[in-house]
Design a protein around this ligand. Structure first.
Ligand code: SF4
Length: 404
């Protein structure tokens, strides 16, 4: 039987693809932040903290409705392997609100006993007491947006935390018993030098965390950073500097025992993010909350973005869907291929064939010949993956996999 690798917080496991396709990962969007960071274009809002309780009540209603939609044909709840509280800043909810949301997930889905349950947190909003409460409530993975160990850069990003808050939050999370911690950092920031970046990576390594996500800054339209870049007030790191920063981090992390299992993600063995692998393996997920995206039942759909509108709809038990798209087989094959190529493992060709009852070669024809000849791809037994050079030029490959 064809298997693809998935990771638990402790050990590597494998599960048959057809079994994984019957599961659903749960994403819960918590759209509150104390202030907006200058680069952020997520669906998140400052100044609406009083909406937290009505929003949680709306989310509980949606989880119940989603559980019914996702039910198996015999009426049993659908199995879920991962739950992810993302945002926004989920750590702005109280422990009791998080517990109620988790209970609704357990009631409406058949959540695995060893499910990976992640909560995103801002290091500036965490207390030791809250971390202990979250751990007791069942959160077993903490993901923190730290971004940099440089105080000036943090200020320039509009972050509310200090470098000290990062170290303290990791320490407190350990004391609270979190077995798996991720920290996000960013490179290519305006004013960020190689020496800033080295310092950040060195201090991140000192924390002995299980997982690191490293993202290059993307200037998104509608953000203060977009305006300031166009006014010439800030200059993000150029492509060459970003490539050097990426390579530096990759070398240092690999030396320290981390594996770059996806373009922007490194983990110690056995600590890959199972939830994010759901996306890269193109497996089903239900996103609940304002603006959340789902991929389920051959459709991709998203909720209304405005928290007040979301609450209003759920108050009267109306499905909060705003947009929807049918994913046909051709598109599903394209997406499965290019998402898998983002991972270090790459695309497992027998799994692809079993999933779509079509060999990958028949699907792709000669569309990849140019990038193969340019050395961007490599085949190894049953696997197709990006070469080292291909990882820097991944878009060249991904574009050729899109449907015509
Ligand atoms: S804390 Fe995160 S979600 Fe909130 S504004 Fe900053 S980057 Fe965006």
């Amino acid at each position: 039987m064809t298997m693809i690798a998935a990771a638990t917080t402790k050990t590597e496991t494998t599960e048959p693809i057809l079994q994984l396709l019957e599961t659903v990962s749960l994403y819960l969007h918590i759209p509150f932040c104390h202030t907006r960071c200058h680069y952020c274009d997520f669906n998140t809002y400052a100044g609406i903290l009083p909406l937290r309780e009505p929003y949680v009540r709306a989310l509980l209603t949606e989880i119940g409705m989603a559980g019914t939609v996702a039910q198996l044909s015999d009426g049993k709840p659908r199995r879920s392997r991962t739950i992810f509280f993302g945002g926004g800043t989920p750590s702005l909810l109280s422990v009791s609100q998080i517990s109620r949301i988790l209970n609704a997930c357990y009631t409406n889905f058949a959540v695995d006993k060893d499910a990976e349950i992640t909560l995103e947190a801002n290091p500036g909003t965490l207390s030791q007491e809250q971390l202990i409460g979250l751990r007791v409530a069942g959160i077993n993975r903490l993901s923190m947006g730290a971004q940099s160990f440089d105080a000036e850069l943090l200020k320039a990003l509009g972050r509310i935390h200090s470098p000290k808050d990062i170290t303290k939050a990791v320490h407190d999370a350990r004391v609270a018993g979190f077995p798996s911690i991720n920290v996000d950092f960013m490179f290519g920031l305006p004013g960020q030098t190689m020496s800033h970046w080295r310092e950040t990576i060195d201090r991140a390594l000192d924390l002995h965390i299980e997982h690191l996500s490293l993202y290059s800054l993307i200037i998104e339209e509608g953000t203060p950073f977009y305006t300031w870049t166009h006014e010439g007030r800030i200059t993000p790191g150029d492509e060459d500097l970003c490539a050097d920063m990426y390579e530096y981090a990759d070398e240092r992390l690999q030396e320290a025992g981390y594996k770059n299992y996806e373009i922007s993600n490194w983990s110690l063995p056995g600590f890959q993010s199972r939830h994010n692998l759901t996306y890269w393996h193109n497996l089903p997920y239900f996103g609940m909350g304002a603006g959340a995206y789902s991929s389920f039942g051959g459709r991709r759909f998203s909720n209304v973005r405005e928290p007040l509108e979301y609450i209003r709809l759920l108050d009267t038990r109306q499905w909060p869907e705003a947009e929807s798209e049918i994913i046909d087989k051709q598109q599903a094959m394209s997406e499965t291929a290019f998402l898998a190529l983002r991972t270090a493992q790459g695309l497992h060709l027998p799994t692809f064939e079993q999933r779509f009852t079509l060999p990958f070669t028949a699907f792709v024809g000669d569309r990849l010949r140019v990038v193969e000849e340019a050395g961007l791809l490599e085949y190894e037994r049953d696997w197709l993956r990006l070469s080292k050079r291909g990882r820097l030029l991944g878009n060249e490959v991904f574009l050729r996999l899109l449907p015509d």
